[in-house]
Design a protein around this ligand. Structure first.
Ligand SMILES: Nc1nc2c(ncn2[C@@H]2O[C@H](COP(=O)(O)OP(=O)(O)O)[C@@H](O)[C@H]2O)c(=O)[nH]1
Ligand SMILES: [Mg+2]
Length: 341
C-alpha cells in the first residue's frame, strides 16, 4: 500500500503539555532547526499510523495569534504559508476558557483544528466533566481527551489526526454583534490578501494589526483610510476601545460554549461558590437594605421580649453575689467595715 503523507502543527499555550504530546507522537525523535529568518527553534518529528506518514511540527507556545510577538507571528505564518493538513491544539482542559482562546483564533484563521483536551486527570479530580460531543459541534473541530503525562489517549489522538482531518467542517464564525459585523462586512469587500481569509483580514484590520495593514496596503492604498473610517465610526459611536471589544466578544463566545459543555459535580469548589452567591445576595444593591432592616427589627424584638426577664435575672444574680461576698468576707474573719463596701 502506498503511504500517504500528512503534515500537522502542534499549537498550545505554554505548559499545556505540548512537548509531552510531541514526544509521545514521534517517539522523541526530532529534527531541530530554526524558523526561517529568526533564531526561534523549530522542532520537527515523524510517525507512521495506518497507511500514513505524518510530519509533526512543534509550534512555539502562545496564547493568541497577534503580530505583537515573534512566536505568535511564527504560528500564524506557518498556517497561512505552509498550509498544513491540520493543527492539533493542545489545551490544558483544567483551564479551558483561557486555553480555548488560541483555538478560537486558529479556527477563525481557517485552520483545520483537532482539539486535544489534555490534563484530563486534573479535570476529573476537580469533579468536572466535559461534553466532548457538544464541544465538538459548537467548536466545529474533532475533540480528543488525553492524559499526556501517562500516555493516555495518544492512540485516539493519532486516529483523530488521520480520520478527523478528512471531514470538511464549516469554519467557525464568531458573531461580533451588529455594529462590528457591519464594518467587518464593509472591509471584507474591499480587501484581499492572497492566501488569507478575507473575513479574518478584516477583523485583523479592525484590531489594528500592523502587519496585516501593511500587506493590505500593498494590494491597495485606500484600505488604510477605509480602516481608519471604520474604526472611528465604531469607537466614536460606542465609546469603546475596538481591540478590547473584539477580545471581549471572543471570550463571551467561549464562556457560552463552556456553559453548554462543562458540568461540575457538587464539590468543594461548588460549595464555596454557593457561599459566595449568598454573600452577593446580602450585599446586593436592592435586597441588602431590606435584609439589613429585617435583621435590625429582629434584634430589637429580642431585646424587648427576651430582655425583660433577662434583666430581672441579672438583677437577682447580682443581689445574690453581693450577699455571698459579704458573708464570705465575714466568715474569713474580715472586719465589718470591709464587707460593707
Ligand atoms: N497532570 C498532568 N500533567 C501533565 C499532563 N501532560 C503534561 N503534563 C505535565 O505538565 C508539564 C508541562 O508539560 P510540557 O509538555 O513541558 O508543556 P509545554 O510547555 O506545553 O511543552 C510537565 O510537567 C508535564 O509532565 C497531563 O495530562 N496531566
Ligand atoms: Mg514545550
Amino acid at each position: 500500500m502506498e503511504t500517504k503523507k500528512l503534515k500537522i502543527g502542534l499549537a498550545g499555550n505554554p505548559n499545556s503539555g505540548k512537548s509531552t504530546v510531541f514526544n509521545h507522537l514521534t517517539g522523541g525523535h526530532a529534527h531541530v532547526g530554526n524558523w526561517p529568518g529568526v533564531t526561534v527553534e523549530k522542532k520537527e518529528g515523524k510517525f507512521q499510523y495506518r497507511d500514513y506518514e505524518i510530519t509533526v511540527v512543534d509550534l512555539p507556545g502562545t496564547y493568541a495569534l497577534t503580530a505583537y510577538s515573534m512566536d505568535e507571528k511564527i504560528a500564524r505564518d506557518f498556517i497561512i504559508k505552509e498550509k498544513p493538513d491540520g493543527i492539533v491544539v493542545i489545551v490544558d482542559a483544567s483551564n479551558l476558557e483561557r486555553n480555548l482562546y488560541l483555538a478560537t483564533q486558529l479556527l477563525e484563521l481557517g485552520a483545520n483544528v483537532i482539539l486535544n483536551l489534555n490534563m484530563m486527570d486534573i479535570v476529573r479530580n476537580k469533579g468536572m466533566a466535559i461534553d466532548t460531543k457538544k464541544l465538538s459541534q459548537i467548536f466545529r473541530a474533532a475533540v480528543v481527551e488525553t492524559v499526556a503525562s501517562k500516555g493516555e489517549g495518544i492512540d485516539e489522538l493519532k486516529e483523530a489526526i488521520v480520520n478527523g482531518l478528512k471531514k470538511k467542517r464549516d469554519s467557525l464564525r464568531i458573531d461580533y454583534g451588529e455594529d462590528i459585523e457591519m464594518e467587518i462586512d464593509r472591509l471584507e469587500k474591499r480587501v484581499s490578501i492572497s492566501g488569507y481569509p478575507s473575513r479574518w483580514v478584516a477583523i485583523k484590520l479592525l484590531e489594528g494589526d500592523r502587519e496585516i495593514l501593511e500587506m493590505a496596503m500593498r494590494e491597495g492604498e485606500a484600505i488604510e483610510s477605509q480602516t481608519v473610517d471604520s474604526k472611528k465610526r465604531l469607537e466614536e459611536h460606542q465609546g469603546y476601545d475596538l481591540e478590547t471589544a473584539l477580545v471581549e466578544k471572543r471570550y463571551a463566545f467561549l464562556s457560552g460554549l463552556i456553559k453548554e459543555s462543562v458540568s461540575k459535580k457538587y464539590d468543594l469548589i461548588e460549595r464555596l461558590d454557593i457561599s459566595d452567591r449568598i454573600d452577593r445576595i446580602l450585599v446586593n444593591r436592592y435586597l441588602g437594605i431590606p435584609i439589613f432592616l429585617g435583621m435590625m427589627w429582629l434584634v430589637f424584638q429580642s431585646v424587648f421580649t427576651v430582655g425583660g426577664p433577662l434583666s430581672d435575672g441579672i438583677e437577682a444574680m447580682m443581689g445574690w453575689l453581693g450577699e455571698f461576698a459579704s458573708h464570705g468576707i465575714e466568715s474569713l474573719g474580715g472586719s465589718k467595715w470591709l464587707s460593707s463596701l
